[in-house]
Design a binder for this molecule. Structure first.
Ligand code: ADP
Length: 280
């Protein structure tokens, strides 16, 4: 047997490490077919994690893949609003719930699609929330999905731990703002993934700079960025740097994220597309 790479997605060996991992996995719905599962993670809330998860799904859907988003940020779900499907009906069959589709066909499941008022809080304890995330995997019929993005709750608590253990993640992408990335919170998330042998594709630095509307100059408002330091100390690539862009905020608020500019996720999408190319 060759040496363990801790990456079960590219290895067929039935070793004890793999068996232990597999025993904790939640079973997928018998009618689902999902090829790749990517977690989108952040240290804390409000850094643009949901927006990045949405943009990644849009980028892969534009490349001709079937994308999906499992909104595991149960207490702060914002995915349906970004796609303008907050009032979509979730239908069902005997096999399970059928996720509504966005205008361009992205499959989406979120707790906000199941409650009658968007602003109603989800007042549930951690284990119940973690159970709902597992149900979104096991009780939803995900139809022929090439790339599923899991919008994770921020931090390293109970629910991220459940997602890491129960979903067959190919890996994660870490999102942060420059100020947040100099803090140790993101580093904790990086270390949690490493501890659990989860591949980290890289990091996306959000709100990294401003483009002057008059002269087009890029202004790095936070100077030398935290992402550089963290990327260097952890040996992880920076996949994208996104500007503070009022158009993006506006698109999220008005449910039109599918109109985002083409170039924002090109490099990240290339890295994810490699998964498919390698599988062929
Ligand atoms: P999180 O999922 O990390 O809590 P969100 O993706 O919900 O964060 O983003 C928080 C808010 O910040 C949203 O209103 C979003 O539209 C806005 N936002 C995120 N990234 C940017 C950006 N690069 N430029 C402008 N607004 C942004």
């Amino acid at each position: 047997m060759s040496e363990c790479t801790h990456d079960c997605s590219t290895c067929q060996s039935k070793c004890s490490d793999r068996e232990e991992k597999e025993s904790l996995l939640a079973p997928p719905n018998s009618e689902s077919r999902v090829k790749h599962v990517i977690g989108v993670v952040s240290g804390k809330g409000g850094v643009g994690k949901s927006m990045v998860a949405s943009m990644l799904a849009v980028a892969m859907q534009r490349r001709g893949y079937q994308a999906a988003i499992l909104d595991a940020d149960i207490t702060g779900p914002s995915i349906p609003r970004s796609f303008g499907i907050s009032d979509a009906e979730v239908s069902g069959t005997e096999a399970g719930m059928i996720p509504p589709k966005s205008k361009t066909g992205i499959e989406i499941m979120s707790v906000n699609l199941l409650i009658d008022e968007e602003a109603k809080p989800v007042v549930w304890r951690g284990p119940v929330i973690a159970g709902v995330v597992k149900q979104f995997w096991s009780d939803v019929v995900w139809n022929d999905v090439d790339y599923m993005f899991v919008d994770m709750p921020p931090g390293t608590g109970d629910v991220p731990l459940t997602v890491f253990q129960s979903l067959p993640l190919d890996g994660i992408i870490i999102v942060g703002t420059p100020q947040e990335l100099v803090s140790m919170i993101v580093e904790k998330a990086v270390n949690m993934a490493k501890l659990m042998n989860i591949r980290i594709f890289g990091m996306i630095e959000n709100m990294s700079y401003l483009v002057c509307p008059d002269c087009g100059e890029r202004i790095s408002i936070y100077g030398e960025t935290g992402m550089n330091r963290l990327a260097l100390s952890q040996g992880l690539p920076v996949l994208e740097r996104l500007p503070i862009d009022t158009k993006l905020a506006n698109m999220c608020d008005t449910g039109t994220i599918e109109l985002m500019q083409e170039e924002y996720m090109q490099h990240a999408a290339d890295v994810l597309e490699d998964l498919e190319k390698q599988a062929k």
